[in-house]
Every structure is written in structure tokens, then in C-alpha cells.
Design a protein around this ligand. Structure first.
Ligand code: GLP
Length: 233
């Protein structure tokens, strides 16, 4: 694992963009994208650059169950606001949180991932060590699945909703095995609330109780942290 410490999220976004640009220049055709507040400074760098993504396909990590694409809290809406409305990509995929048949939606998404192997994956991390929406206890062998959000995740994400009762309790998420299949992974973490998760990811034992700890077994991972998130490593 390569660790890069930056002074703030803006610098983290710039560093992540450098790595992203290098991957695109060396032929990356499929990018795995993340939501949450953490990757926003990275997306800002992308949209303010002249990088050409018209030949690049994106696949997102996850989507809440029960929210439409028009719902401002949905990850589809987030991606449109942060990236897609500014940069043209060849195609972009997210799980459909309104699918009437979740099992079919899950196999559709796994098929998409099979057809579009991820060259470059951006990841955030939950304060409990989750990646995507793969909560502690998720099997390292998991592929796309329906997940129940941990109470701590619902609490953490409530800041984006009017009340905590509006936060969906389920999501469709790429599994850990899908994430590990990416050729290159760049994980971003900022702020003190991520410090323990980052310590456990980098120095802890590899355990399903800390989903991100599996990244120790990936051959090409870079972790970009600010001083607070990196204060224990
Ligand atoms: C959600 C997303 C994750 C993200 C995490 C952290 O749970 N599913 O992909 O990494 O939130 O969010 P934030 O970056 O806002 O701290």
C-alpha cells in the first residue's frame, strides 16, 4: 500500500486526479466511482481539467434502495451534479435503487461489471471501515448484493437528509470481490472521524470486521489522507 499524506481535501483531490490522469493516459477505459463528501474535491479537479473521458465508461459502487434518480439524496443525482453534467463519458452505470426485482438488478449489475472490468477505482471509507456499502461482517467473497446499512452508517449519512427517518435502510452495493478486482484502487479519507478506520485498514489484521482491511492484499492501492485521517498511521 502506498500512503500519501496531504494537507487538506483540496490537495487530496489534486493528488487523486494526478493518479487518475496517469491511468487514463495509460489506457484505462473503465473507472469505478464513489459518492459521499470525500471524492467531491477529486470530481472538481476532473471537471476543471481538459481530460477527455468520451471513451471511458464509469460504474458506481452503490445506490440506496427506494430513491429515484431525481431524488436529491440518490447517488445517481449526486453523480450527475458532481460529474456527469460537466463531463461527457461514453456510458455510466449505477445500480437502480427503484428496481422492482432486486435480484434481477443485482445480476444485471454483476454482468455490467463482468463486461467492464474496472481499471481505476476511487474509494471513500466509512468510519466503521466500510467500502461501498459493504458493512463490517460482509464476506470478502461478496459480489453485488442487497445490503442493510449499519445504524452508524445511517447516522453518519443522516446529515444529507432532513430527518434520520428519511435515510434509506438498504442499498445495492458492489461486493468486496468486485472492488478487489479493480486493477488500481485509490482510497481517499479526510477528517478525524476516519482516523481509526484508516489505522485498521493499514495496520490492523485483515478481517471482515474491517472491510477495507482487505486492501492490504491488493497489489496496487494508494491511500490519500489528510493529517487528521492519517494521524494514527
Ligand atoms: C457512504 C458511501 C461510501 C462512502 C461513505 C463515506 O456510506 N456508500 O462509498 O465512502 O459514505 O462518506 P463520506 O465521504 O461522506 O464520509
Amino acid at each position: 500500500m502506498e500512503i500519501i499524506k496531504v494537507v487538506n481535501p483540496q490537495m487530496g483531490g489534486k493528488k487523486a486526479f494526478e493518479l487518475f490522469k496517469a491511468s487514463i493516459e495509460s489506457g484505462a477505459k473503465t473507472i469505478g466511482l464513489a459518492t459521499g463528501s470525500t471524492p467531491i474535491s477529486f470530481y472538481e479537479e476532473v471537471i476543471h481539467s481538459d481530460i477527455d473521458l468520451t471513451d471511458v465508461t464509469s460504474v458506481n459502487l452503490d445506490e440506496y434502495v427506494g430513491l429515484s434518480r431525481e431524488n436529491k439524496q440518490s447517488y445517481a443525482y449526486f453523480m450527475n451534479e458532481q460529474l456527469f453534467k460537466y463531463k461527457k463519458l461514453k456510458a455510466s452505470f449505477l445500480p437502480n435503487g427503484l428496481a422492482s426485482n432486486i435480484d434481477e438488478e443485482i445480476s444485471r449489475y454483476d454482468d455490467i461489471l463482468t463486461c467492464h472490468p474496472i481499471d481505476f477505482q476511487i474509494l471513500g471509507i466509512g468510519s466503521n471501515g466500510h467500502i461501498g456499502f459493504n458493512e463490517p461482517g460482509t464476506s470478502f467473497e461478496s459480489t453485488t448484493q442487497l445490503v442493510k446499512l449499519a445504524p452508524s452508517t445511517i447516522e453518519a449519512n443522516a446529515r444529507f437528509f432532513d430527518t434520520i427517518d428519511e435515510v434509506p435502510t438498504e442499498a445495492i452495493s458492489m461486493g468486496i470481490a468486485n472492488i478487489m478486482a479493480a486493477k488500481r484502487i485509490v482510497l481517499l479519507a479526510y477528517g478525524e472521524s476516519k482516523a481509526e478506520a484508516i489505522y485498521n485498514t493499514v495496520h490492523g489484521s485483515v478481517t471482515e470486521q474491517v472491510p477495507a482491511s482487505i486492501l492490504q492484499r491488493h497489489p496496487n492501492v494508494t491511500i490519500i489522507v489528510d493529517e487528521s485521517a492519517g494521524k494514527l498511521i
